[in-house]
Write a protein that binds this ligand. Structure first.
Ligand code: BTN
Length: 331
């Protein structure tokens, strides 16, 4: 553990004085370890993906890696208290949600697991989630909330509200939330959320909020190209993933604390309603082989859909195993 702290400290010092060379001697004085130890850890950091120059008699200098989500690049920008204060980073992994499940309670509350690519990214209802290298944000937020398991679905709404409002603020496009777990733009999907938990009847052991955002992807496979898009495709230029991640985590933490500490989900639901892609629209609710048409009349305080069905009856739809489709297409 100590060595990881030491490496984080090296990165923090180099990042705080970007553009400047810092001698091995100064680093060793500041961190109270030998110059050989500094040299050894600089080499490990390079292997982890950090680009650190070294020049004889000048010392070390960090080179900003614009297209990476390395923890050292994120930590300095984070404005949260707990969410993302511990970041576990991978160049490649099967699935960040699966990693969290494997580690379970060994992870601390608020840990964010992030990977440049996923080889077996998963979506809802057993679907695959394409996660090409360096092109998106593939991350899982690991939480230990003291709430009844039935309330767990609200975390999907919190994440959807955080992603949708952040993309609107940072990128300036009018994204919408397609209840319960998609963020869409121009009728196509930009982001999906997969919330999973380990729980007993009345207690959550832990909950994982998996967020996948197509940020800079330019090409989608034939199977998904009709329904999927990315921010870069929509605005015609690439976007800095670091700014998006850190801002999403900030809004997520605010809404999460409102819910857990103040017991209020009002702000989240207000965002989900204001930016809803389906409120006041007719949609098909698909549950296995059954398809039912109805008008979405509200999103309740519990985060469920209130529908007026074709037979004239009102029905409350919980996210569970349902898919929502527009009458003429995806949204
Ligand atoms: C969906 O729309 O069906 C949900 C997609 C969720 C994808 C994210 S990417 C990070 C995390 N790890 C996974 O394997 N899936 C989620």
């Amino acid at each position: 553990m100590m060595v990881i702290i030491l490496r984080n400290d090296i990165i923090e010092i180099l990042n705080n004085r970007k553009g400047e060379f810092i001698s091995g001697e100064e680093l060793s004085y500041l961190l109270k370890v030998s110059r050989t130890a500094i040299w050894k850890h600089i080499n490990i950091l390079r292997k982890e993906g950090y680009e650190i120059e070294s020049v004889h008699k000048k010392g070390y200098r960090i080179v900003e890696n614009y297209n990476s989500l390395l923890p050292g690049e994120l930590i300095g920008r984070l404005q949260t208290q707990t969410i993302g204060r511990n970041i576990i980073y991978f160049e490649s992994i099967d699935s960040t949600n699966d990693y969290c499940k494997q580690k379970g309670n060994d992870l601390s509350h608020g840990t964010v697991v992030i990977s440049e690519e996923q080889l077996l990214g998963r979506g809802r209802l057993g679907r695959a989630w394409a996660s090409p290298k360096g092109e998106g944000i593939w991350m899982s937020i690991f939480l230990k909330p003291h709430i009844p398991p039935l309330e767990g679905t609200k975390l999907t709404q919190i994440a959807a509200a955080a992603v949708c409002s952040t993309i609107r603020n940072v990128v300036g496009i009018d994204t919408l939330i397609k209840w319960p777990n998609d963020i869409v733009f121009n009728g196509k999907k930009l982001c999906g959320i997969l919330t999973e938990m380990s729980a007993e009847l009345n207690e959550i052991h832990y909950l994982i909020v998996g967020v996948g955002i197509n940020v800079n992807t330019l090409y989608f496979s034939e199977e998904i190209s009709d329904v999927a898009t990315s921010i870069a495709v929509e605005i015609g230029k690439t976007v800095d993933r670091k700014t998006l991640v850190t801002n999403i985590l900030k809004v997520f933490e605010e809404l999460y604390e409102d819910f857990i500490i103040k017991g209020s989900i009002k702000k989240t639901i207000a965002i989900c309603k204001e930016f809803s892609a389906i409120l006041n629209k007719k949609v098909n609710i698909i549950r296995g082989n059954s398809i039912k048409e109805g008008l979405v009349i509200d999103i309740t305080e519990e985060g469920n859909l209130l529908m007026l069905m074709e037979n004239g009856e009102k029905e409350v739809i919980q996210s569970g195993e349902v898919s929502v489709r527009g009458l003429n297409g995806y949204v």
